[in-house]
Design a protein around this ligand. Structure first.
Ligand SMILES: [Zn+2]
Length: 177
């Protein structure tokens, strides 16, 4: 049984009675990865973006806001971990009609860590499921109780990727309202 790390952090996205916009951008700096791994992960992120029709996750070398790296296997069997965070920028501008308006721009970010057990196992499908799962947490999706859901806490058997992308699209619309 392979557990994925439960999502514990709750990120407040509530506005402060002013204009608010939330975007998700995962510009991930790969740490200590050889070319072959970079290519595999890059392909997984490209598929994620392509299925969403939006460029949300990418590997990057500059202006990164998160990392993706393989870490030592954990004793509890957790194979993937996402540390989501929100970067908030506020600025104020003056409007003749409304006076001072405070504008808040929030950006969802994530650091993704994967057990080095999965390195070069030639199991692209498994790695893909884990990266999608962790990106889901980066977008503030919680665990699902449906075992065919990519957001189920355990990676076992067939996953329904159509259902996953539907959820992610819905979540993206919800946060960017
Ligand atoms: Zn999880």
């Amino acid at each position: 049984m392979r557990l994925l790390f439960p999502f514990a952090a709750w990120i407040a996205l509530a506005g402060c009675g002013s204009k608010e916009s939330v975007t998700a951008r995962f510009a991930l700096e790969p740490i200590g990865m050889p070319e072959s791994e970079l290519a595999a992960i890059s392909a997984i992120l490209a598929e994620f973006n392509q299925r969403l029709g939006s460029n949300i996750a990418s590997l990057c070398t500059e202006n990164c806001n998160g990392v993706i790296e393989f870490v030592s296997p954990r004793e509890d069997g957790v194979v993937g971990l996402c540390e989501p965070s929100t970067y908030v920028r506020s600025k104020s501008h003056f409007s003749m009609k409304k006076g001072w308006i405070r504008q808040r721009k929030s950006e969802l970010r994530a650091d993704i860590k994967i057990s080095s057990d999965l390195r070069n196992r030639g199991n692209q499908e498994f790695l893909r499921t884990i990266i999608f799962h962790e990106l889901g947490h980066g977008l503030l999706l919680d665990h699902s109780s449906n075992e065919h859901d990519v957001m189920f806490a355990v990676v076992n058997g067939e996953k329904n990727f159509d259902m996953y992308f539907e959820q992610v699209r819905w979540k993206l619309q919800e946060i960017s309202k």
